[in-house]
Design a protein around this ligand. Structure first.
Ligand code: SAH
Ligand code: SF4
Length: 411
């Protein structure tokens, strides 16, 4: 199978275009098709010549994840189950604007994306790790989740208002863009020797569709920092002005506490946000539910986070799922407050989302609220999140497990 073009860096593509003798502006046209127009076929790229499209098709594949199931309605959390080229299943969750959680008030949609098929970290409460780890996602498969959701959203919108909203990517044959390279939109065409000097006004290129996802949380299936290189390649493209143009501050990476990854992230020039899945404020409690704590206990995790905060000058978030009888005791409040103060971190409390087949339960609302109040009394910036999408298996990994189980029943 050819490598996917959306896994290539801009530099790689530029070098290939130079080797093919293509002018630099052709690359910008290609990138526009890949990331602004979210193209799914080479034939859609009507302002690139047939021969260039042929060369591209012989060198790279051009795919987006294929939608298997979508759950949820358009004004609430929506969950997408995707099938990848090798048949693997992954999930993304689209969450409508929720000011104050990770982004700011102008956010329209947050997309929660996966970075691996399954997860090797085996946190006891999580559906993603139940079947173990299968493989890392390629950069194109990470980026593809955003583009595929946006294509889906644009097609839904177009179906509702067909007269005013253009189709997401396909440009009709009668498009203002030409199928040959030497057109009025092509700067080279203006200097053809002997050509009559009577250019009509260049036709306007169709306006690229608007971005629907403007906030990303890397909190789907998998441990992002265990797929560091592919994650960073994907995030660079999502962030770049020639890519999806999503600000680094609008991208939050969540980790179960992979210390070397946190230290590498601290040295990356881009200002991504960092969230730590803490879920226990002492080694005894954390170690019970998160095996990663054996490799990177709290002292190591804390010192990596301190380095991150020092080098980045940025606030981090501590995620804390409340699980009844496991980590919701008030004895955790003081050590959690101490950690939060030391790291200048805020705490997101998340009542546990039950997972079929696992014994853990969500504490009562009273218990959650008392825990939050106590933390606030310790002057910790605290949010108590009412888990969105409880009814649609929104906790990472659950929809995939159910679908795989159904598929194996059918087979
Ligand atoms: N592997 C990374 C990112 C993916 S998990 C990490 O662990 O941070 C994203 C978040 O979902 C984590 O905070 C994880 O602990 C949480 N999570 C997993 N299962 C959950 C469940 N059943 N209910 C609520 N949160 C859950
Ligand atoms: Fe993996 Fe994160 Fe789930 Fe732990 S919580 S098993 S690290 S996806």
């Amino acid at each position: 199978m050819l490598p996917d073009i959306r896994s290539q860096t801009r530099e790689t593509l530029a070098a290939q275009f130079a080797a093919w003798g293509q002018p630099a502006y052709r690359l910008d046209q290609l990138l526009g098709w890949l990331y602004a127009r979210r193209a799914v076929s080479w034939d859609a790229m009507t302002n690139l010549s047939k021969s260039l499209r042929q060369q591209l098709a012989e060198t790279w594949s051009l795919r987006l994840p294929e939608l298997v199931v979508k759950q949820g309605s358009s004004d609430t959390t929506q969950k997408f189950l995707w099938r990848l080229a090798d048949g693997a299943l992954i999930e993304s969750v689209l969450i409508p604007a929720n000011p104050g959680l990770y982004g700011d008030a102008s956010d329209r949609h947050t997309l929660c994306i996966s970075t691996q098929v399954g997860c090797a970290y085996g946190c006891r409460f999580c559906a993603s790790g139940l079947d173990g780890w299968k493989r890392n996602l390629e950069p194109s498969e990470i980026i593809g989740q955003i583009l595929a959701v946006e294509r889906w959203a644009a097609s839904v919108e177009a179906a509702v208002t067909p007269a005013t909203v253009p189709a997401p990517t396909e440009v009709p044959a009668s498009s203002t863009e030409s199928t040959v390279e030497t057109t009025a939109t092509d700067p080279a065409a203006a200097i053809v020797p002997g050509a009559p000097v009577a250019p009509a006004a260049p036709p306007a290129a169709p306006r690229p569709p608007e971005r629907i996802v403007n906030n990303i949380v890397v909190m789907g299936m998998g441990e992002p920092l265990a797929n560091f290189e592919n994650l960073m390649a994907a995030l660079r493209t999502l962030n770049a002005s020639w890519g999806c143009g999503i600000g680094a501050r609008k991208i939050t990476i969540s980790t179960s506490g992979v210390v070397p990854g946190i230290r590498s992230l601290a040295r990356d020039p881009l200002q991504f946000r960092l969230a730590i899945s803490l879920h226990g404020a002492t080694d005894a409690v954390r170690g019970q539910i998160m095996p990663v704590n054996r490799k990177y206990p709290l002292t190591e995790l804390t010192s990596a986070c301190e380095e991150y905060v020092r080098l980045k000058g940025k606030m981090i978030t501590l995620e804390y799922i409340l699980i009844a009888g496991v980590n919701d005791g008030l004895d955790q409040v003081e050590p959690l407050a101490t950690l939060a103060h030391r790291l200048h971190a805020k705490v997101n409390l998340i009542p546990y989302n039950t997972v079929e087949g696992l014994p853990w339960v969500r504490p009562s609302d009273d218990v959650c609220e008392t825990f939050a109040d106590q933390l606030e009394q310790h002057e910790v910036v605290t949010t108590l999140r009412r888990e969105k999408g409880h009814d649609i298996d929104a906790a990472c990994g659950q929809l995939r497990l159910k679908t795989e189980a159904k598929e194996s029943e059918v087979a």
